[in-house]
Ligand binder design. Sequence first.
Ligand code: ADP
Ligand code: ADP
Ligand code: ZN
Length: 213
Amino acid sequence: MKIIMLGAPGAGKGTQAKLIAERYQIPHVSTGDIFRANIKNGTELGREAKKYMDQGLLVPDELTVKILLDRVAQEDCRNGYVLDGFPRTIPQAQVLDEALAKLNEKIDHVIDVDVPDENIVRRMSGRRACPKCGATYHIEHIPPKKEGICDGCGSELVLRDDDREETVLNRLKVYHEQTQPLIDFYAKKGVLNTVDGTMDMQDVFKAVTDILG
Ligand code: ADP
Ligand code: ADP
Ligand code: ZN
């Protein structure tokens, strides 16, 4: 099963993608996570991506598409995957479509996690991430068992550099301009489903599994 998660920054794509990956035993592929891992390891790709991420801008399509196509060509993606944060532009979606078509494959489900802008800023300022294992929490809604510490690996949680309010507003603007058109793009292909992302995490997941079966 090949799934795409759409939604504004902070809508809960990553949270749901992790639950999907676990339930359906497919890899969770997040371009944001791949970029952050490269930044942490000080690679050339990381240095390039960081320039854009710090400003709340998208990393150029050319770079992003290459990373993503390499990742989904790996062995563990053979039986499907859940994409989180890709595609984010129409050209990215077109390249993915073409690459899949060559393999006689297609995306099975696109899930738009719908959360109004008013809720987004609060979600992002409360987001805390584990720099080691990538787990994500929310200080009010999805707190770790011990404040500031990752349940999974015990590392200290951090506020992502790009989750500061001024960057968040920029990311929202970029989302509306460049990513939201994908909702229509996939609706026309008949693969789009929308879930109300303002519900509790478990209720959103219930809506997601109703779609995926
Ligand atoms: P969020 O899920 O909160 O929106 P991500 O981790 O998906 O954040 O992305 C963080 C940043 O990484 C984005 O703001 C952007 O700069 C970059 N990025 C991630 N995925 C893409 C993509 N598909 N195309 C371009 N840039 C991307
Ligand atoms: P995205 O990947 O779309 O940027 P995340 O999954 O990282 O979003 O979620 C953004 C923030 O909101 C995180 O702090 C996360 O713990 C929290 N969150 C995710 N889903 C919900 C939900 N249904 N209700 C409340 N908070 C949520
Ligand atoms: Zn951790």
